[in-house]
Design a protein around this ligand. Sequence first.
Ligand code: PLP
Length: 405
Amino acid sequence: MPEYKQSAKLQNVLYDIRGPVLEEAQRMEDAGHRVLKLNIGNPAPFGFQAPDSILVDVIRNLPHAQGYSESRGILSARTAVSQYYQTRGIQTISVDDIYLGNGVSELITLSLNALLDDGDEILVPAPDYPLWTASTSLAGGRAVHYLTVEEEGWMPDLEDMEAKITPRTKGIVVINPNNPTGAVYPKPVLEGILELARKHGLIVFADEIYEKITYEGAEAINVASLADDVLTLTFSGLSKAYRLCGFRAGWMAISGPKHLASDYIEGLNLLTNMRLCANVPAQHAIQTALGGYQSINDLILPGGRLLEQRNLAYKLLNEIPGVSCQQAHGAMYLFPKLDPEVYPIQNDERFALDLLKQQKILITQGTGFNWVKPDHFRLVTLPGVELLEDAIGRIAEYLEDLREH
Ligand code: PLP
């Protein structure tokens, strides 16, 4: 019998958010256990609803959404996105620079595939949202991780970033607000990154999918609004701020000196054409989402569910001996540290698996985000306060057990 093997291309491709620990959780659920899943930033299962106006508009447009659309997406949605960015200060964007995709995920893969030759390098933060690292590897490139510094609120270490630039470096990934750390970068940090990009001729890949989810006045600045002389690809979509992960509706906007990128843009267009178009019914949600009432504010302002849950999770995690956690200023995650003196964990995937088996809590281990040591994990702050209390209580119980043995 022949053996059917995966391609060598996948050898360095890792995506642990949906990896072996989740598979074990699914086995446990199949066996009748109730597992508390704090591993994925998917608002819907935790009772978050998209605004009705968006759903109504999609339903109304369904009859017109049966055919393929133009590859880059329907005009009304792309116009809405380009107008949105113009009002946010990105001057060099027009409708033609907007690409709609099946979530930001598809566009991340597409943008790297169109750019990278084997061995080309992309600077990616550590920790990162691991799709950036995985997609770089899949495209034949090498993700080189620049450090972000926990003690400084997980700000990028610009010296480390510059030290890692080589003649093969093609771009810098900036995830702001950050998943998994919740950091929101102030203007001088973004300007520092732009300065490096300018100096070394690099493209900035700005993953800003959490830009509308910030707390206590933190402001997520679109990095592309700070420079019109740096080629920037800005990514965002409906998954988070509009609680529509399942629609798979995202976009990418190209700004800056596009005349220097006509060959790359031709490559982007080729790949965009090859996948025909993004899910058309969901494209009809975009204009209403961007133009309508921004209900995310009800969740992040004082009294809002996301803010309260973040506050509670932060407090409870920091109360556990040997656990310390920076506050998240954006997004919907916390990335606590387990003091290695208290918890000498060698393999954090095994830690996550053990926690799952003993307490039926699913988190994602820090190395799943390409963090450099097995001493962190990511918790999703989406569950309501009762569930969060229960979940963090169980984590505390498990850790107490670890301390005693
Ligand atoms: N980028 C970041 C930073 C994310 O956290 C996620 C999803 O969690 C994505 C991109 C993917 O989003 P989408 O649902 O638009 O594919």
